[in-house]
Design a protein around this ligand. Structure first.
Ligand code: NAD
Length: 499
């Protein structure tokens, strides 16, 4: 589908595609697919003010009714799953099944949020004073600013907005400047859902289109108590500090540098499949992409040769075609960063397998690449930097505790995995002295989390958690209430203060 077909299938105004002069090109072939109007400072100001107003009404609606809006939105997503997936493929370059999978993830989080809207529970706590009740409640917090990365152009917003809306918070979304059409399509469907719902205030959800400047305006605004920012560690370092400077709250979901330890007893068929999907899927452009392997001495050669054999037959190509498994990088800058990282590894004395541009003749303006494996050898025993491209660093280990230490010895802490059939190794890896990442899997790769768990990572990955488990608490404020139903006024800690 081309962009006009997508817009008409979604019943969107085609005029948007030529509304300004900010060029949006498709990574599939590098061609311009839209010229958009960017939001001005004034536009952003109006959207924030509208969200602050909307909050006053939205927080009054009982949470299960707020859930009803998300239920209707989920229906719109189900209706348009194929078209939205095609838009992700066109604007972000994901293969068809990954585009569809991203929309499925949005549908799943809507279902989760609908159930959650009846379960925003607090606590009752035993009071130390007679005839007193001590309880904790969770209340709506205010507008949530969502800043998202190009590589999950829809799902990251859905994780945030489905929860925020049931929690009673309006949402202002600043998507990546590389994938604004995905954002406009999601907002269009939410507007449809809002119209069907019939009882939502103006300004409950909006999108601001622009680069980092409009993001910073959102980040600095006190009327937005929570900023949920997904992107690079460099972005998070700026955003986290700016939000903290005004005593705002933030959820930071930043870069990863994810490793798999493949132990002596590993099922190598499973490990090979998980590594290939994790390392080259989405052309290495997932925050959970497998970037490092620590292979036990005893299986090192076997695993490496299996991976090289798999890398020889990777179907690299147009992501819009069935059968393609590796689509393009997002742009030329990503390609240059990949080449630079491979040149650095070679300069250090590592063996580099693969790399370089693919399909250049067919797509001269797009950036398809051959995924690469860097064998660390003696020259390199670890890699600390996330290059957002399909490069897999391959290292050797002999002692598991030392491998876990090396795995943890990087600035990021998002996803990790071990392949082992040894129960002691598996338990050690997931224990308090094991992987220090937010995600620690056993016989499951690093990439592709389910929505039911809390998603996020430690250290420079930012510490935020989104999606399942009790992540919803980050979108609400906690209120502790002590209620005295006696006719006495006893003070806490037995303090006497009688005149
Ligand atoms: P990026 O950091 O370049 O941009 C992300 C978003 O931040 C964009 O919308 C951008 O406009 C905005 N931004 C940048 N600087 C800003 C500032 N100072 N103030 C406000 N907004 C600002 O990231 P990207 O290239 O789009 O995405 C790739 C990165 O995102 C990788 O590092 C990847 O690991 C990470 N990522 C993390 C997760 C996660 O959940 N941990 C998920 C997806 C992507």
């Amino acid at each position: 589908m081309n962009i006009q077909e997508i817009f008409s299938a979604l019943d969107m105004d085609q005029g948007i595609l030529a509304s300004g002069d900010y060029k949006i090109s498709s990574p599939v072939d590098g061609k311009v697919i839209a010229n958009l109007k960017l939001d001005s400072k004034d536009d952003v100001e109006k959207k924030i003010a509208a969200a602050a107003d909307a909050f006053k009404a939205w927080r009054r609606l009982p949470a299960p009714q707020r859930g009803e809006l998300v239920r209707i939105y989920g229906e719109e997503l189900r209706k348009h799953k194929e078209t939205l997936g095609a838009l992700i493929t066109l604007e972000c370059g994901k293969i068809i099944s990954e585009g569809q999978g991203e929309v499925q993830e949005m549908i799943d989080i809507c279902d989760f949020a609908v159930g959650l809207s009846r379960q925003l529970y607090g606590l009752t706590i035993a009071s130390e004073r007679p005839n007193h009740a001590l309880r904790e409640s969770w209340h709506p917090m205010g507008p949530v600013g969502v800043i998202s990365a190009f590589n999950f152009p829809m799902a990251v917003w859905a994780w945030n907005s489905a929860l925020a809306l049931v929690c009673g918070d309006p949402v202002i979304w600043k998507p990546s400047e590389k994938t604004p059409l995905c954002a406009l399509a999601c907002q269009h469907l939410l507007d449809k859902a809002i119209a069907r719902f019939g009882n939502a205030p103006e300004g409950l959800s909006s999108v601001i289109i622009g680069e980092r400047e409009v993001g910073e305006q959102l980040v600095d605004d006190k009327r937005v108590p929570l900023i949920s920012a997904t992107g690079s560690c460099a972005m998070g370092r700026v955003v986290g500090q700016r939000v903290a400077a005004r005593f705002g709250k933030s959820i930071l979901e930043l870069g990863g540098n994810n490793a798999i330890i493949v132990a002596e007893s590993a099922d190598l068929d499973m490990a090979t499949r998980a590594i290939v999907f994790g390392a080259v899927g989405t052309a290495g452009q997932r925050c959970t992409t497998t970037r490092r392997i620590f292979a036990h001495d005893s299986i090192y050669d076997e695993l490496l040769s299996r991976l090289k054999a798999a890398y020889k037959q990777l179907p690299i190509g147009n992501p819009q075609e069935a059968g393609t498994l590796i689509g393009p990088l997002i742009d030329g800058r990503s390609y240059e960063q990949m080449e630079q990282a491979l040149a650095d590894a070679k300069a250090k004395g590592c063996d580099v397998y693969g790399g370089g541009r693919a399909l250049e003749k067919e797509f001269p303006q797009a950036y398809y690449v051959n995924p690469a494996i860097v064998e660390g050898g003696k020259a390199m025993t670890n890699n600390a930097h996330e290059t957002f491209a399909p490069i897999l660093y391959f290292f050797r280990y002999s002692d598991l505790e030392e491998a876990i230490e090396r795995q943890n010895d990087v600035p990021q802490g998002l996803s990790s995995a071990i392949f082992t059939l040894n129960m002691r190794e598996a338990e050690l890896f997931t224990s308090a002295v094991g992987s220090d990442c937010g995600i620690a899997n056993v016989n499951v790769g690093t990439s592709g989390a389910e929505i039911g768990g809390a998603f996020g990572g430690e250290k420079e990955t930012g510490g935020g958690r989104e999606s399942g488990s009790d992540s919803w608490k980050a979108y609400m404020r906690r209120s502790t209430a002590t209620v005295n139903y006696s006719s006495e006024l006893p003070l806490a800690q037995g303090i006497k203060f009688d005149l």
